[in-house]
Structure formats: C-alpha cells, structure tokens
Design a protein around this ligand. Sequence first.
Ligand code: GLA
Length: 337
Amino acid sequence: MTASDASPIRVHAPGRVNLIGEHTDYTGGLAFPMAIDRGITLTATTQPDWIQLTSDGGPGTLHLALPFERDPSTIEPSWGSFVASVAKQMRATAGIRGHLTSDIPAGAGLSSSAALECAIGLALGFDGATLELAQMARNAEHTATGVPTGIMDQYCISAATTGHATLIDCHHLTAEQVPIPDDIDIVVQFIAHRTLLGSAYADRVAECARAQALLGPLRTANLDDVATIDDDTIRRRARHVVTENERVRQFATALRRADYPELGRLMTESHASLRDDYDTSTDQMDTAVAKLNSTKGVFGARMTGGGFGGCAVAICEPGTLSSGWPVRASAGAHLVS
Ligand code: GLA
C-alpha cells in the first residue's frame, strides 16, 4: 500500500444492554442481550504500517507500529490497549489514521470495550463471520485486560440486527434474533461507574468452575444437582446460573407472546438472584432497581452487565420513565462507508 492508496473508512459498533441471562455465558449458558442505539464510530483513512488514533472518550494519541507484537495491556493511552490487542490478534500490517467518537459511557457496563474491539476489527479489514469477529474480539479483550469474560458482549455486538434482541446459546455458539415489540420502552439508567478489572468477576468464573468440577456442565444441571453441593457459596453461585438459564428460556417465550408482566417478573427474579445468590449487585443498585420496580407502568427492572455498579435496565409502558435513556434495538457492528 502507498500513501496514495489511503481510502476513507467509517465503522459503527453499538453498545449493548443485557435484558436477561447474566453471568451465564462463561459456563456455556443462555444470554439475551440487545444492541442499542448508542455506540462507537470510527472515522479513518487507511495507511500502511501504522495505527494513529485519537478518541473523544480518552486523552492522548495512540501510535502503534504494525505488526504489533508486544503486551497490549501496557499501551498508553490506556484506551489504546484494546486497539493494540485487536491489531495483535489480527496480525494486522495495514493500519489506519483516524478518530473515535462514542456516546456509550465507559465503565457503565454497556460494553464500550467490546464495541471498540469490534469497530477496530472491521476497520483493520476483518472479513470473517460474525461469530469469528466476536471470538477474535473476545480474545483481544482477554489479552488487553486479563479478565476472563465470556462471549456475550462481543457476539451481540457483532451479530445483532435492527429491531431484535439476540438470544445467545454460549455453548453451541448460536445467535437467534428475536423481535422487540414497539409498544414497550426499554430504559437504561446509569447508576455508578465500575470496572471488572480487579473486581470479583474472576472469582465468580472460578467459583462456577468449582461447581462444574462437582456437577458437570451447569447448563445441563438442575436444582436437585445443585442441592448436593456442600459449600454454601458454590451452591448459591450454581443456583443462580441454573435458575438464570431457565429464566432466559421463559423470557424468550414471554417476549414472543408479548406477555410483558411475565417479562417483568423474570427480570425482577433475575435481579434478586444476582443480589442474593451471585453477590454481584450493590446497595445503590438494589435501591435503584427497587425504585424502578415500584414505579407504575414499569413491568420489571434489574441490574445489567457484569455488576458491582454499572446500569439498571427496565421494561415499561411507553413514556413511563423520564430519567434514563430509552434505548432501541439496533444493528451490530458494520462499515458505514
Ligand atoms: C461482562 C462480561 C460478559 C458477561 C457479563 C455478565 O459484561 O464481559 O461476558 O459475563 O459481564 O453477564
């Protein structure tokens, strides 16, 4: 490539809100996220040998010589570690020069990092299937952060279609698009900044691995199996995963029938399970969710994402909530031009 080959690229990747199916993906369970109409847009031109990027969302300019083979987690500015990690995964040799804009708040549990990974992947010429983009981006997330996250965020962000939520089977790695009716509002409320780095997220992954060492895969375990676990903490973690997988199945059925009170009931139960069995909520989040659940017109609400802060999501009658962001089911990561 020569400088005269520079061609313009515009890529958009959405954030996501998880409707239900929390902390199930890394045990091969079911998750039901939805890509939202907030996201990251990269405007760039191609250039040989280098990535040079600035971002609305963080300080500094990222300069990366390609191919990039070092440890991405040490890259400055720190937001560039996700970019470097994708470049490393892809063994990219053709670069880009451009600017990132975002209207997903970072640290809110709406998957800004997964959106960034998918956007950079497409900008660097990734041309595989949506699942392959998701797998590459998830590997990049692991290398950048060291947090052993599941596939939900990247798979939703790569595979989503407008007007649908994405029902993901994290064992079979399938993504089914389920229509979101237009006579309900889905509202996201930002509660508190959080990061999964240094959080108890990795502990939860390890606790589930201990449960699976006793029971086999949690995705096929039942509550009788769970009751045989002696250790109270491991039993509660397993109970959350087993009951949450079942809630996802029931939620998908209720969504197809437009049974909104049932959606709300399942969301409220999901929150209670994350609070009481999985210990990933906070007092501030519990208070916010309780307030949402007692608001007339709200069918149900829960924490969404990895937890320890982040956002709440509510499903309600149109126009019920004046605070928060009403979000619309949006398309996955794509080249805009
Ligand atoms: C984070 C991770 C996901 C998933 C959720 C919890 O968003 O990136 O893989 O585990 O937490 O459901």
